[in-house]
Design a protein around this ligand. Sequence first.
Ligand code: AP5
Ligand code: MG
Length: 190
Amino acid sequence: MINLVLFGKPGAGKGTQAEFLKIKYNLVHISTGDIFRDNIKNKTDLGVLAKSFIDKGDLVPDQVTIDMLEAEVDDNSQAKGFIFDGFPRTESQAKALDVFLTGREMKIIATIALEADNNILVKRLKERGKSSGRTDDQDEEKIWNRFNEYNKKTAPLKNYYQNQNKFYSVNGIGTINDIKKRLSKLIDAL
Ligand code: AP5
Ligand code: MG
């Protein structure tokens, strides 16, 4: 089973590349950000809670996110594998994911980071903010807060996955097509 974590700063291209990888490798793509946004759109209790964090560019609390992710995996029990996009984002999420997957005789085979400079990412996000309706893309201060959250809470996961020999980096700058090729080459060699 191919279970991948797509890792990277806000705007690094996780969602864009997951759309391609899920088709190429027949995987189920789970983006916690997308699920939160669906809940916000449908005004569920989870959506109301998540909105209060996402609008500021803060992470949503761990347990809420972990419970939601686990339910999503269990809803797709026939999957040939998963792409986790934007999860885990803290060490406690990573540990919970390992415990959860082990309990289902599954595991992460690779965590792949899309690497890119902040300044390029800010440009991408602000550009998307003009049309996406994502409040967290429209304000540079919120974008920088998302990077701060990433640096403080998510970046340390590199170490967590390196200790498991599962961490890989890919240059996330270039055309979307170039990056697709880099990712495919890496995944085919796993
Ligand atoms: P989430 O939705 O995961 O957002 P994010 O990680 O901040 O970043 P994006 O989704 O914006 O970036 P991406 O890497 O997917 O890039 P994309 O392909 O879209 O999370 C949102 C919020 O939800 C969080 O802030 C948090 O509050 C909450 N949340 C989610 N998960 C959580 C968790 N596990 N724990 C706690 N809270 C959580 O690309 C970005 C743009 O760039 C697009 O417009 C795209 O077209 C463009 N682009 C992509 N690739 C290229 C390229 N190669 N060249 C030029 N442009 C490109
Ligand atoms: Mg995304």
